[in-house]
Design a protein around this ligand. Structure first.
Ligand code: GLN
Ligand code: ZN
Length: 754
């Protein structure tokens, strides 16, 4: 490095936008309930933005991102910026339209919501048709840019790029078949040129366009679209294009060829991009933002390793930046708010504010570059490690499905069940909170939970359900509940990150070797079983889902960490079994979420993810029936992995897709039948017949119609009857009639089969 004081430009690709104290949540929820008017909401939003700018400016960033704030979701903001709001969501004011699109109302269903790449953030899916009339609406981008400029900051507006916007969108319902949103890239690029011009006119000398979709495999045609769009937009503004979710890979040469003057690399998960860049003929004038600080996780950066990457990039360019790997949207705001974390853990962590300081110090020539210290010895658990080493490679159940199914208890054809949770009432939440804060003694708390379990069992018996659940009243969250009881996990006091809109989650931190210190669920399940002659299903959260919804140590492969969690669950499964639980469900709703964005990583992922599930579940006797649950119906690439879980019963979401999923299952079965290398298949399936995401109560006839489709597509002996997902967010007023209708539907179709 040369000897001028600063050789590297310090910046960050985005910042948490919920406020350090979740002010966004409070403000928007007050607005929705009518307690805060538009002006009040705008004032609260301005205060959050002001705090963000304070953080960025005081940490010594050379330039600060603007346009990062959002009242709900940045993809929806982009739809507004290009005027792609569906006619059904247009209301009196822009704000009312915005929330109609986000949340729906009496007259219009909201936009669909889905996961943002391989994260637990959810975005709203724009609907684009051949006739969507794009126009530039730069108001928000301009206002937020000016706010930063008025403070004398070097501001860099951020927009979601046009290619990713269209790739994240879906076609409107009335679009002709074969139409894809990306068909509109030409017109949309022209509108982006207008947006960029407006920002340039206001003084912006660099604009960041986020193209996270370029971190997944892209077709030739898509890469052509990237090239054409960026050749066009380059002429309008000085651009910085980011990926942020892994290597840009084959998109990187395309961006270079298109002459993009600034590129941000994710050097946490996409370090191979340095090699690609070195092999390309890149102008030394290209601005390269080195994303060495992890935007997805909360561990302190290894500054020594980061400095080495910066050194390498210095040989490629004269204009080097240091930054986060992606927006800091996915990490909590401030580690200083955590006063209860063990010191040896806390000193290894960095939340958003601490990450800014790391970036600033990496940009500072002469600042110390410390290597990250190794984990302390007492974070290791040799017992866990040697037990895992002794497990068989395949971790399969000892007995084949055919033999298992013969040994498992008799149930009626089309057995009815639920996914696990029953409504979480305000009263239950209050009891859990009081117990946590020490305001309710253990004995009272247990009595309260037992009373709830007894009520839930009575409800199900009255409804005539075949396989019962205890209702999960003791669980605040399906991951945190286990994290609180396992070693190797810590939970935060205020480590909130946005999940969607006003909803935030507090992921636990998995920092050390994981072990179980005692039974976690058996007490509640056994109590429930003691109240009924019907089988009660035990409920656990699977290893992949526990990892996906936590901040996980990054000093060993995820596969190794998954195995440790799986081993703890295996012990829990054994306890449930010996306490007399004949059916055990291990939920893996995040199996698809952790799937690598690029094809070449998927085989290895599926192998370790499914093995971890089998470690958790394969220790049981043949008589014990293993269930799993997945919260989606687009199986695509995961269907083989689902079969490799080797569960006896799999419940899936299907009601919204009208059971189309069954045809997929059938195809997959046939494919696997020919594949001699694998004998595993999806066994019994419970395609959800009730969409629990909606307050609507489906009629018995409607659910019977779904079941008829199911028994027509798949051997009726393989079909279970259940809702799409757990009932915790529903009210008893909906749950009672809907479950009664579900049971009636099962009886009707049973009768027709007989
Ligand atoms: N057993 C959990 C429940 O019913 C499953 C939740 C989920 O799949 N997200 O709540
Ligand atoms: Zn679910």
């Amino acid at each position: 490095m040369n000897d001028s004081k600063k050789t590297v430009h310090a910046t960050v690709l985005g910042y948490p936008r919920i406020g350090a104290g979740r002010e966004l949540k409070r403000a928007v929820e007050a607005h929705w309930s009518g307690r805060l008017d538009e002006a009040g909401l705008e004032a609260a939003a301005a205060a959050i933005r002001s705090e963000m700018l304070d953080d960025l400016a005081s940490a010594g960033m050379d330039s600060v991102p603007t346009g990062v704030f959002s009242l709900y979701d940045h993809v929806l903001d982009t739809a507004v910026a290009v005027d792609a709001i569906a006619p059904r969501h247009r209301r009196e004011t822009e704000l009312a339209s915005y929330f109609a699109a986000a949340r729906g109302d009496d007259t219009a269903a909201p936009l669909e919501m889905t996961k943002w790449f391989d994260t637990n953030y959810h975005y709203l899916v724009p609907e684009i048709g051949p006739d969507t009339a794009f126009h530039a609406r730069p108001g928000k981008a301009l206002a937020e840019y000016r706010e930063a400029r008025e403070r004398g900051l070097d501001a860099r507006p951020i927009l979601l790029g046009p290619v990713s916007f269209l790739l994240l969108a879906k076609a409107t319902g009335d679009a002709p078949s074969g139409f894809e949103p990306l068909d509109r890239i030409g017109e949309l690029t022209a509108v982006y040129a207008d947006l960029l011009s407006a920002l340039v006119e206001a003084g912006a000398d660099r604009i960041q366009l986020d193209e996270p979709a370029l971190c997944a495999d892209r077709t030739e045609a898509e890469l052509e679209a990237v090239k054409a769009a960026y050749e066009h937009l380059n002429g309008v503004a000085e651009l910085l294009v980011t990926g942020g979710y892994g290597p840009l890979g084959e998109s990187l040469p395309v961006l270079v060829e298109a002459g993009v003057p600034g590129i941000a690399l994710d050097l946490v998960r996409g370090r191979v991009d340095i090699d690609v860049l070195e092999s390309l003929d890149v102008s030394r004038e290209t601005f390269v933002s080195a994303g060495v600080v992890d935007g997805r996780n909360i561990w302190r950066t290894d500054l020594l390793a980061a400095a080495a990457d910066l050194e390498r990039l210095h040989r490629v360019t004269d204009r080097l930046g240091v930054s986060s790997s992606c927006s800091l949207l996915h990490v909590p705001v401030d580690l200083d708010a955590e006063t209860e974390l063990p010191a040896s853990l806390k000193e290894r962590l960095a939340f958003a504010r601490q990450k800014l300081r790391e970036i600033a110090s990496l940009a500072e020539a002469g600042a110390p570059r410390l290597q990250r210290p190794a984990a302390p010895d007492d974070w290791r658990d040799e017992t866990v490690r040697s037990r895992l080493a002794a497990l068989p490679e395949d971790a399969d159940r000892r007995v084949d499905y055919a033999e298992r199914v013969a040994a498992q208890g008799e149930l009626p054809t089309l057995p009815t069940t639920t996914i696990g949770s029953f409504p979480q009432t305000a009263e239950l939440r209050k009891a859990r909170a009081a117990h946590r804060r020490g305001l309710m003694i253990d004995a009272d708390y247990h009595a309260r939970m037992r009373a709830e379990i007894a009520a839930v069992i009575a409800e199900q018996e009255k409804l005539g359900i075949d396989v019962l659940v205890h209702g999960e009243p003791e669980r605040n969250d399906m991951v945190q509940y286990f994290a609180e009881q396992l070693t190797g996990f810590a939970t935060t006091a205020a480590g909130w990150v946005q999940s969607y809109g006003s909803r935030c989650v507090r992921p636990p931190i998995l920092y050390a070797d994981v072990a179980r210190t005692g039974p976690m669920t058996a007490e509640w399940t056994s109590y429930a079983q003691s109240l009924t002659d019907k089988p009660v299903k035990g409920m656990l959260t699977g290893p992949v889902t526990i990892l996906a919804w936590s901040f996980v140590r990054d000093d060993q492969p995820l596969a190794d960490t998954a195995d440790q969690v799986a081993l703890a669950l295996r012990d829990e499964v054994a306890d449930l079994e010996s306490a007399g639980t004949a059916i055990i469900q291990v939920d893996e709703p995040a199996l698809r979420e952790l799937m690598p964005l690029r094809r070449d990583g998927r085989g290895a992922y599926k192998a370790w993810a499914t093995r971890a599930f089998r470690i958790a579940t394969s220790g049981v006797r043949p008589e014990t029936q293993i269930h799993t649950h997945l919260c989606y119906s687009e199986f695509g690439d995961v269907i083989d992995a689902i079969a490799d879980l080797d569960a006896d019963v799999t419940s899936i979401e299907a009601s919204r897709s009208k059971m189309e999923v069954l045809a997929d299952l059938d195809r997959a079965d046939h494919r696997r039948g020919q594949d001699q290398s694998s004998a595993r298949k999806l066994r019994q399936v419970g395609p959800g017949v009730w969409d629990i995401h909606s307050p609507r109560v489906p009629s018995a006839e409607e659910m019977a119609a779904s079941l008829r489709l199911a028994v027509a597509a798949v051997d009726p002996k393989r079909i279970w009857v259940n809702p799409d997902c757990g009932l915790k967010t529903r009210r008893y007023e909906e749950v009672r009639p809907a479950l009664a209708n579900m049971v009636e539907a099962a009886r009707t179709v049973r009768g027709e089969l007989a």
